[in-house]
Design a protein around this ligand. Structure first.
Ligand SMILES: [Zn+2]
Ligand SMILES: [Zn+2]
Length: 262
C-alpha cells in the first residue's frame, strides 16, 4: 500500500511518466497520490527557458530580470534547487500550469509567475526579524566565553530554546488547504512522532497543491525537477526528476491531496 521511495531520474530515462507523489491520509485511512500526467513537456520547456534566459524572472512582463533572480545563483555555493510544475483544470474546464521553486530563491519568497508560500510573507518576516537578532547576539556571547563552563552551557541552552520557539512560531503561520476545502496548520497535519523538520511545507509540491486548492483548480499532474549545481551527495543532478521528499512532504501530502479523487 505504501509508495516506495523513488530515486531521481533523468528526463531522458523516462519514456512515460512513472513518478507518483503522495502520502497517507488519516481521515480516509488510505494513501492519496498524484502522478506526473502530462507535466514533463512543461518541465522541459521551463528548463529551456532557464538555459536561454539565465533567470527565473521570466513572467514579470518584459521588465529586465532582477539580478537576484538570475540562475547563476544555483551554480554557486548555494547549489541547485527543486522546481515544480502542476497542471490543473479550472471550474471552466481550462487547463492552468502552475510553477513553484522550493523554499526561498536567493532571499525571495515571492516572484512573479511563481506560486507563493503557505504563509503570509509579511507576518513571517516580522516574526523572524523579532527573534533572529536575539539568537545572533547569544551566538556572539557563546563565542566570547572562555572554556566550556556553566555560563557557556547556559547560553547554549538559551539559544537552542529560542531557535526552537521561533521555529514553532513560524510553523504556526503555515496554512494548508486541501481539496475538501479544509484548512489546517502544519502541527495538525504532520504525521510522525519526530518533530516537524525545518523547511516542511516549503517544497514545490505543497506550495503548488495549496495554491490550486485555494483557487478551486483541480490538479491532474505534478512533476518536480532539480536545476543547478548537483547536491553534495550527488543524488540530484541538473534536469533530474524527483518524487516528493520522504521526510518533509510525505507526512503532509496525504492531507493536502485529500478530496482530489472524490
Ligand atoms: Zn519535500
Ligand atoms: Zn483523505
Amino acid at each position: 500500500m505504501t509508495i516506495a521511495p523513488q530515486p531521481c531520474q533523468a528526463l531522458a530515462e523516462l519514456p512515460q511518466p512513472t513518478i507518483k507523489s503522495g502520502g497517507y491520509c488519516r481521515k480516509c485511512r488510505c494513501e492519496h497520490r498524484l502522478g506526473q500526467g502530462n507535466t514533463l513537456s512543461s518541465c522541459q520547456h521551463l528548463m529551456g527557458l532557464f538555459t536561454e534566459h539565465g533567470t527565473i524572472d521570466l513572467f514579470s512582463g518584459g521588465a529586465p530580470g532582477a539580478p537576484t533572480l538570475a540562475t547563476d545563483w544555483l551554480f554557486g555555493p548555494a547549489r541547485g534547487k527543486m522546481f515544480g510544475i502542476l497542471d490543473c483544470v479550472g471550474p471552466d474546464g481550462a487547463t492552468t500550469t502552475l510553477r513553484a521553486f522550493s523554499g526561498q530563491y536567493n532571499g525571495h519568497w515571492l516572484a512573479d509567475g511563481w506560486v507563493p508560500p503557505l504563509f503570509d510573507v509579511d507576518e513571517f518576516l516580522a516574526q523572524s526579524q523579532a527573534t533572529e537578532p536575539l539568537i545572533k547576539a547569544l551566538g556572539l556571547q557563546i563565542d566570547a566565553c572562555r572554556g566550556h563552563g556553566g555560563r557557556w552551557l547556559a547560553l547554549r541552552k538559551e539559544r537552542r530554546h529560542l531557535s526552537r520557539q521561533l521555529m514553532q512560531e513560524l510553523h504556526g503561520l503555515y496554512r494548508l488547504t486541501n481539496f475538501r476545502e479544509e484548512t489546517a496548520t502544519l502541527g495538525e497535519v504532520f504525521l510522525g512522532s519526530t518533530g516537524i523538520p525545518t523547511g516542511t511545507g516549503d517544497c514545490c509540491a505543497p506550495k503548488l497543491l495549496n495554491y490550486a486548492a485555494r483557487h478551486k483548480l483541480r490538479p491532474v499532474g505534478l512533476s518536480e525537477f532539480y536545476w543547478g549545481r548537483e547536491n553534495h551527495s550527488g543524488t540530484r543532478r541538473q534536469g533530474s526528476l524527483c518524487g516528493s521528499c520522504e521526510d518533509k512532504c510525505r507526512p503532509i501530502l496525504g492531507f493536502m491531496l485529500c478530496g482530489l479523487d472524490m
